[in-house]
Design a protein around this ligand. Sequence first.
Ligand SMILES: NC(=O)c1ccc[n+]([C@@H]2O[C@H](COP(=O)([O-])OP(=O)(O)OC[C@H]3O[C@@H](n4cnc5c(N)ncnc54)[C@H](O)[C@@H]3O)[C@@H](O)[C@H]2O)c1
Length: 391
Amino acid sequence: MAGPLRVGVVGVGQRGLQHVRSLTALQSDEIVRLAALADPYAENLDAAKINGLVPEYRDAGVQKFATVREMVDSGSVDAIWFVMPPNQHRGEIEYAAGRGIHIFAEKPQSLFLDEVLRQNEAITKAGVLSMCGFQMRHDRGYTDIRNYLKGKWVASMTMIAEGAVEGHGVKHTHTEEQGGPANRVWTANKAWSGTSIVEAGIHQTDIMRYWSDDDVAWVRANYVERPRELQDAEGDNPIYYEVSYGFKKGGMGTIIFTKPARSYYQGRFDCIVWTHGTIKLEDDFVDYHFDGEWPPAEKPGLEDVRKVISAGPHDTAMGGENTTDLGKAFAEGVSLGKPELMRNTFGSSINSLAAVLAANVSNDLGGEKIVIDEFVSDRKYAKYRKRPAGV
Ligand SMILES: NC(=O)c1ccc[n+]([C@@H]2O[C@H](COP(=O)([O-])OP(=O)(O)OC[C@H]3O[C@@H](n4cnc5c(N)ncnc54)[C@H](O)[C@@H]3O)[C@@H](O)[C@H]2O)c1
């Protein structure tokens, strides 16, 4: 491809602005040209508002549109970053792909599996390149874990994310005009976020797949609902989530999420167990593994078995640096015709999304085991794959 990739961003909200920042940086290296922005709310396209969060952004040469169709029809972009709320898609990805536009889609690609399958069909049929917004796959430390685990069998991955209602970011969609939450914090609201497991736990789900080079085969989940009388003020997403995955190679994954209000606490626990070791995410990433003749004559001390597999500091997995690497991987993947730089495709990411959507179904069915292949195609789950009437 001659010249930098011409990129459009659809949805200039919290995450869209992070992409605008990354794309502005990549523009200096002539990897991309930020050619267009689309958002139904004119204020979100205003240069002064964008500069408030991205001072380096320059408006000159950036076309502005209210809709994706106008952006696509303008012929001004080669690739689009879709960064709109996941319940707001109305065939835009299919439209863009059908006209030869390469597709970068933020997670979750939609809240409704039928739509995701249609989006994927359009991408596949058009033969355009695609990628989903899982920036943790571009983290140095997490990639060191994946490489270390190559050729090893992973028995379990456990992640506890202690969060809080206050941890939800401020959003830019006018949800109050669309029957959504009055305070615009749509991530606390089920109809908009699909639950915190879909909105946020999809990252943990996807990174488990990345680490173990595996796919989710089945899921069981149980949630604790937030007391009804608190839901108007704190959002109607559950307060506690417990999700178990069975992976295709036989290992298990467990995700626990907590979302009380007023705690302001954030904490996490991560542990990966393989046949002969326990990997812990300390300041360094460490495997506790005895590699001498076994059993040893004397019990080794912890320091004897502690192996650093990725030197710290490691505090940026969800951060801006990895978002820029993610954008760079997609842009260069398209421009240089090297899709292997991307570390996922829209199609390969469906397993992460299907797993979290199926967790909701399992919880609805009292913790029933949901086999992902059946969830994706079996008639018995058809009603769970559809966008509900009136939404
Ligand atoms: N990868 C990550 O770490 C990460 C972080 C935050 C958000 N996200 C994802 O990014 C997406 C957007 O979330 P956000 O936090 O930016 O929300 P947001 O509400 O702040 O921004 C969404 C933007 O999309 C616009 N929009 C709404 N409908 C649209 C439409 N039909 N066409 C074009 N634009 C439309 C809104 O006006 C708003 O500006 C979600 O899918 C979210 O899950 C990903």
